[in-house]
Design a protein around this ligand. Structure first.
Ligand code: HEM
Length: 136
């Protein structure tokens, strides 16, 4: 169980590296004018999203293995899973934004992306407190 939990935390951390960095690239992308920089940022976004998606699937898969393989339960896990479902929605929305930027369809400002970039920080804090403290 401890090996599965260790792998769970490793993939969670790696997933969050992408969830933190990709919106930061969006902030920069929404501010640049020249086509060469836009093209380079679009390529970075595409490669990062392609990298972080299987890692997110492994993080969630290992969490589900812990839940159903080792009999965990409780309100904390339901609340945590609800936050993770929101996080999966955030991840998929980032995928839509990657496609929008690549097609030159983005209409959001860099200020909007700065706020958008903070969302995973709040979710991470809430999930970690739930997973470690198990308050209910
Ligand atoms: C549906 C997705 C997920 C499920 C079902 C799940 C389930 C679990 C379970 C059952 C444990 C073991 C708890 C224990 O040993 O006390 C665990 C540990 C942990 N999970 Fe998840 N998890 C999921 C996603 C995540 C995500 C997205 C994060 C980070 C934001 C996360 C962070 C953690 C942490 C930090 C621990 C270690 C807690 C401890 O050792 O006390 N998990 N997870």
């Amino acid at each position: 169980m401890l090996v599965v939990k260790s792998l769970h935390i490793i993939f969670v951390v790696s997933w969050f590296a992408g969830l933190f960095y990709l919106p930061r690239i969006f902030v920069n992308h929404a501010m640049v004018e020249d086509a060469a920089t836009r093209e380079r940022l679009a390529l970075m976004e595409h490669k990062l999203y392609r990298f972080m998606t299987p890692i997110g699937i492994l993080a969630v898969g290992l969490g589900l293995w812990l839940w159903f393989g080792y009999g965990f339960g409780g309100g904390w896990l339901h609340a945590k899973t609800a936050l993770v479902v929101f996080l999966i929605g955030y991840h998929l929305y980032c995928g839509k934004l990657v496609r929008d930027f690549a097609a030159g369809r983005n209409t959001r400002s860099h200020v909007w992306f700065r706020v958008f970039n903070e969302v995973p920080v709040l979710v991470l804090a809430a999930v970690v407190f739930l997973a470690v403290l198990k308050p209910f």
